[in-house]
Ligand binder design. Structure first.
Ligand SMILES: [Fe+2]
Ligand SMILES: [Fe+2]
Length: 152
C-alpha cells in the first residue's frame, strides 16, 4: 500500500478543498456591488467544483485505507471583492504547490491512479487561479487589459 506521507498529502488536500468550497460559497452569498453581481455566480460554480475535489480525494483516501479529515483549513470570508479575490488567488496558488508535491510523491510510490486524480485536480486549480487573476485585473485595472491599447 502507499506511504503515510502520501496519505498525509491527501488529507492536507482534503482540508484545503473543504476550506475553499466553504469560502467561495460564502463569498458567493456575501459579495455586494455591481461587480459582485457579475462575480457571484463564478464563486458558486468554483465552490461546487472544490467540493467535488474533496469528494474524489476522500474516496481515494478511503480506498487506500486512510481516514478522510472533516476539518477544513481556516476559512477567509468578508472584506471587499478585491480582498476576496486576492485571498482566493493565494489559496489556489497554495493548492497548486501542494498538488505538484503530492503528484511527485504518488509517482515515486508507483501509485499512478492517485497521480492521475491529482493531475486532473491540478489542471482545474490552474483554471481557477486564471479566472480569479483575470477578475482581479478586470476590477483593479479595467482600462489596461493586454492588447487593448494596440487596437487601432
Ligand atoms: Fe480544488
Ligand atoms: Fe480551486
Amino acid at each position: 500500500m502507499v506511504s503515510e506521507k502520501l496519505i498525509e498529502f491527501l488529507n492536507k488536500a482534503i482540508a484545503a478543498e473543504l476550506q475553499v468550497s466553504i469560502q467561495y460559497m460564502w463569498q458567493h452569498i456575501q459579495v455586494t456591488s455591481l461587480e459582485g453581481a457579475v462575480v457571484e455566480g463564478i464563486f458558486r460554480k468554483i465552490a461546487i467544483a472544490e467540493m467535488k475535489h474533496a469528494e474524489r480525494l476522500a474516496e481515494r483516501l478511503d480506498y487506500l485505507d486512510g481516514v478522510p479529515t472533516t476539518e477544513p483549513d481556516p476559512i477567509f470570508v468578508g472584506g471587499s471583492l478585491v480582498e476576496m479575490l486576492k485571498q482566493d488567488e493565494q489559496n489556489e496558488e497554495e493548492a497548486i504547490n501542494l498538488y505538484k508535491q503530492a503528484i511527485q510523491q504518488a509517482a515515486k510510490e508507483g501509485d499512478y491512479t492517485t497521480r492521475r486524480l491529482l493531475e486532473d485536480i491540478l489542471a482545474e486549480e490552474e483554471e481557477h487561479i486564471n479566472t480569479f487573476g483575470k477578475l482581479l485585473v478586470g476590477i483593479t485595472e479595467p482600462f489596461t487589459q493586454p492588447g487593448i491599447s494596440n487596437v487601432q
